[in-house]
Design a protein. Structure first.
Length: 235
């Protein structure tokens, strides 16, 4: 058994159990393996287990990692950390997905930087916890932003992304995920064919699945606790 195999099986088991508990089909849930802070070898090990979608938070850390993994052709990279204006070109070059759109001007820069023909998948990030330190657009501005982003060329609006407050209180987790789910339905009712509701992490994926998540982003439950982020990696 490889280093991460047991953890990988455990996470899949949690996803399947959460689906069973709420009458959902496990086929409706994608797993994004979050590798921020972990080495390219961790990516290779998960890839060997069949994992294809990987999430990174920092553009610079990600591009270095991608370079050393360039022999693997079919990894789908998602940016799940906040994107700064000066990193939009690099991000549009190397990610298949940017899940953290929270401002229209950043989306416009991504659209301009992306080469024609190669659509960039995007999600609007919504601040569902209401904590000021968290990024994301305010819930009451999310539908309008999603509709504006969907009109931009080169971008494919796929859905909404959110991070719940860190709490053991499952009812509170579910209340916050429900906000995102309701916004997702509202954007769909406004005419956009969204298919991605990105919510749930190692600590709260069950609550997210119960509220309708289609993509869960899992790091530590797959790879162990993250090493401290070293200085100088850049954002
Ligand atoms: C780090 C991170 C994750 C994964 O968190 P874990 O608790 O390690 O599963 C998921 N989503 C985002 C946006 C993250 O920054």
């Amino acid at each position: 058994m490889s280093l991460y195999e047991k953890a990988w099986q455990d996470v899949h088991f949690r996803i399947v159990s959460a689906c069973r508990a709420t009458g959902r089909d496990p086929e409706q849930i994608r797993l994004l393996a979050v590798t921020k802070g972990f080495s390219p070898e961790a990516v290779r090990a998960a890839y060997a287990l069949g994992q294809r979608a990987f999430g990174e938070n920092y553009v610079q850390e990600a591009t270095v990692k991608m370079k050393s993994l360039s022999d693997i052709p079919d990894i789908e990279w998602h940016l799940i950390g906040p994107l700064q204006r000066n990193k939009t070109r690099a991000a549009s070059d190397c990610f298949a997905w940017v899940e953290t759109i929270s401002r229209l001007d950043i989306a416009q820069r991504l659209a301009t930087a992306r080469s024609p023909g190669a659509g960039l998948n995007v999600c609007v990030q919504v601040n569902i916890s209401g904590e000021s330190a968290k990024s994301g657009v305010a819930p009451d501005e999310a539908v309008a932003l999603a509709l504006s982003v969907a009109r931009l060329p080169q971008l494919t609006m796929r859905g909404l992304m959110g991070i719940a407050q860190e709490t053991q209180d499952v009812a509170r987790q579910r209340t916050q995920f429900r906000i995102l789910r309701q916004l997702f339905e509202a954007v769909r009712a406004a005419g956009l064919a969204l298919d991605t509701l990105s919510m749930g992490m190692s600590a709260d994926l069950e609550a997210a699945i119960a509220e309708g998540a289609t993509l869960v982003r899992v790091g530590s439950a797959l790879f162990g606790s993250r090493p401290q982020r070293s200085e100088g990696l850049g954002a």
